[in-house]
Design a protein around this ligand. Sequence first.
Ligand code: HEM
Length: 122
Amino acid sequence: MRLLYIFATLIFWLLVAAFWAGSLWLPPAEKSAAIAVGKSISPTELAKHSTPENCWVAIRGNVYDLSAYLPKHPSQPDILPSWCGKEATEAYNTKTKGRPHSIYADELLIKYQIGILASGKS
Ligand code: HEM
């Protein structure tokens, strides 16, 4: 009986140690989420991508590389390029004429996400 008690205790502490070691090995949940949405991009970095061929735009806290989408955007050709390298949440939300984009546009946008907009300058 005493042997059984010692054996059970040993197994218990071995399991505790295994769970602890496992949690050290796996990245924390927030870290995984950050990797999934991409890297943190500063406003300074965003501003470097301001041409139609190299067009990054920040919308609702995320950064999107719209270079490939620009020729496909169904508005007057000069509207979207003027937002390259900039924060464009208001422009996107209103199409600059007080009307929101469709849900289809929102879903399309997700495909172009490359990161999240960092606050601050560097
Ligand atoms: C950031 C600045 C943007 C501005 C100022 C803008 C403006 C416009 C305008 C003026 C139109 C055409 C007229 C209309 O439908 O009312 C339009 C249509 C459209 N835009 Fe944009 N757009 C922007 C960004 C985007 C982005 C990033 C996407 C998707 C990746 C997108 C997807 C679409 C789609 C799918 C349409 C067709 C109508 C709809 O589904 O709402 N736009 N946009």
